[in-house]
Design a protein around this ligand. Structure first.
Ligand code: URA
Length: 438
């Protein structure tokens, strides 16, 4: 086979065969195919699209480009979740221990934050000593012993995606549905999941800013999963305003712990209960967990009885972290400066723009501009109001946690832009827009 023929066929709008896709991915991963030919193919895919069959074949080829985790000797049915990313999304930190507390083992690899979108691994690293680089043997041993493991993604998992994603980033080919869907799903499949709950965020603080695009992405990913033999559920959830209150690494860790105490913001608790419920329904495969009402009642009980919290503590100890910070979150990294951002007028909250809130937190040092940049774990925001809330002049809308006085004014002017207060009564934003089943 020749790369030039494959590029030409895609350029002319033809569908590539499985053999052609496998050949291309294999050659590119091994380094025998240059970036300029891979870039040309990516652009041809961007312009011409891919059929469902091509997208599935691309996903499977990328999943098989490195290690494929097989946990079937430890976990008979592995259930995973994936969020397309947003502001204040610390769901994994609650849902994983909560699901494990129900007797369903979970083994998950998560990512770091980029831009104003946070990453689970950075949030976990606000716990001193918590190890996110585990050997394969440690990973397997922890699942066996504790029924839970949560680490960073191994470099050997879907390496073709790592290389192609870096190339897409510099060739203007990131926003392409088959490429996004195959990138996400290849990592989930390589991580050995039998059932996957996808949380596709919609809104100004998400990758997909409108419902139609988000639905199309969710639909393609569900189809890929089904064709690759996985059980799939996708939820479309709101990301026009932050999820919960806390935005910033240690602040989000603390809010997750609060939720595992049965407390914390109502929207975040509800979001976690829904996602955990779908994970249990997949894990139950139609038996023990089938009744949605029963699942819900059981999860609420586990949260309120702090069963999930006990599992989080066990996970932290297992991965070398300081469990005293779980027992007492005031021991997590703390910012030196605490500043109240108050309402200039009374009225109803019209908007709490998630993207601008994310940028305000980024400005304080909570996020990274490019891979490898350091983050300040202590800084961030607590956003106390939601769209639709009635507020009075002078009330604190946001608490700012900073370590550098010079960064505060920029953050405050972003907050001025992000939060709009007016006279009009507005409805609260929905948490979820839709659910897709595969
Ligand atoms: N996240 C991924 O992992 N891949 C994409 O292409 C986009 C978002």
């Amino acid at each position: 086979m020749r790369a030039i023929d494959i590029i030409a066929r895609k350029r002319d709008g033809e569908a590539l065969t499985r053999e052609e896709i496998n050949w291309f991915i294999d050659a590119y991963t091994r380094g025998s195919l240059p970036d300029y030919q891979a870039s040309a193919l990516l652009m041809a895919i961007f312009l011409r699209g891919m059929t469902r069959e091509e997208t599935v074949n691309l996903t499977v080829a990328m999943a098989q480009s490195g290690d494929v985790l097989d946990l079937s000797d430890i976990i008979p049915y592995s259930v995973d979740k994936h969020s397309s990313g947003g502001v204040g999304d610390k769901t994994t930190l609650v849902v994983l221990p909560l699901v494990a507390s129900c007797g369903v083992p979970v083994a998950k690899m998560s990512g770091r934050g980029l831009g104003f979108s946070g990453g689970t691994i950075d949030k976990l690293e606000s716990i001193s000593g918590y190890r996110v680089n585990l050997t394969n043997e440690e990973f397997r041993q922890l699942v066996r012993e504790n029924g839970i493991v949560l680490t960073g993604q191994s470099a050997d998992l879907a390496p073709a995606d790592g290389k192609l994603y870096a190339l897409r980033d510099v060739t203007a080919t990131v926003p392409c549905l088959p490429l996004i869907a195959s990138s996400i799903m290849s990592k989930k499949i390589a991580a050995g999941a039998n059932g996957i709950v996808l949380d596709v965020k919609v809104g100004c603080g998400a990758f997909m800013t409108n419902l139609d695009d988000a639905r199309a992405l969710a639909q393609i990913m569900v189809e890929i999963g089904v064709d690759a033999g996985r059980d799939m559920i996708a939820v479309l959830s709101d990301m026009n305003q932050p999820l919960g209150c806390a935005v910033g690494n240690a602040l989000e860790m603390a809010e997750a712990i609060e939720c595992l105490h049965g407390d914390g913001p109502e929207d975040f608790r509800e979001h976690c209960l829904q996602v955990a419920g779908y994970m249990l329904r997949l894990a139950g495969q139609g038996e023990r967990w089938m009744d949605a009402g029963e699942v819900r009642a059981y999860l609420e009980q586990q949260l309120d009885n702090r069963e999930g919290l006990k599992v989080l503590r066990k996970m932290v100890v297992g991965q070398g972290g300081d469990a005293r910070q779980v027992d007492d979150p005031s021991l997590l990294p703390q910012a030196r400066i605490v500043h109240a951002f108050t309402a200039a007028r009374s009225g109803f909250v019209q908007q709490v723009a998630a993207d601008l809130i994310g940028e305000a937190s980024f400005d304080l040092g909570a996020g990274r501009e490019k891979k490898g940049d350091p983050v300040d774990l202590a800084v961030g925001l607590k956003v106390h109001k939601k769209v639709g809330d009635r507020i009075e002049a002078g009330q604190t809308l946001v608490t700012v946690y900073a370590n550098d006085e010079k960064k505060v004014p920029g953050c405050l002017s972003r907050l001025e832009e992000a939060i709009e207060v007016g006279d009009q009564i507005v409805d609260p934003l929905p948490l979820f827009y839709d659910t897709l089943y595969g």
